[in-house]
Ligand binder design. Sequence first.
Ligand SMILES: [Fe+2]
Length: 287
Amino acid sequence: MRNVTIDNISDVVIAALGNDITPRHREILTGLIGHAHDFCKETKVTHSEWLQACEFLRRAGDISDENRNEFILISDILGIEVLVDMIDHPVTEGESCSTVLGPFYRENPPVLPNGASIIQKDFPDQETVLVQGRILGTDGQPLAGVTIDVWEDAPNGLYEQQDPDQPDYNLRGRFQTDENGHYAFIGIRPVPYPIPYDGAAGELLNYMGHHPWRPGHIHFMITKDGYRPLISQIFDSETKFLDNDSVFAVKEDLIGKLKKTSSGSKTDYVMDFDFVLKREAVAIAAE
Ligand SMILES: [Fe+2]
């Protein structure tokens, strides 16, 4: 094609896709090319703006490394990660809602017994909370042997890998439900924190006129063979930013109530929260 025009450019590029690519690659690329071209036409993107966007992406790459993926942050503040999560994990059988993984998960956290504390370093202003509940199937039956990874930020608003003054794997732990499907751990009442805004994601937030803050939350990754893995968060019902989370991850069903404990208790608060897991379609089909 030598006579490319505004009207035929999308068809020309899509026609250039190789015959041997997979159907899924063709579907993704056809949609991407068509929508990206339409976006440029509808908004009349200037050459200068396009160059600015390319430079923005270069800066996002420059600041990214194995500990920081700026592109996840950018997709978060554009609402793309939470959208993809809702598309990929529709709630169909009364199971718990999932929400974004976020950029701070670390594999292989310390394996701890039920009821143990994930606090390795005390902060003067911290408030402690016993988080406990059950993991259930969609039939209401408790599930034993479920693996639960939890992680949260410290009272200074930083995850341990962001803060050289915190011990390795501080405020992270891996627990397993007992024969009654029960789990429990002691953590810190979660505090709001700003997502890192010293890089390209911060530039985009400024461009959007939006703040970087997230409501206080505790992350969960819940897995058991035969069940759909659940990546989710519990939000403190009294935290700031519940209604304007910078990454749009709040779901009504994921808001938990921290109850003040009586004096002499091991923690300042207790929060009861159950999760419901859905069977994997593959596991059901195999029965
Ligand atoms: Fe988080």
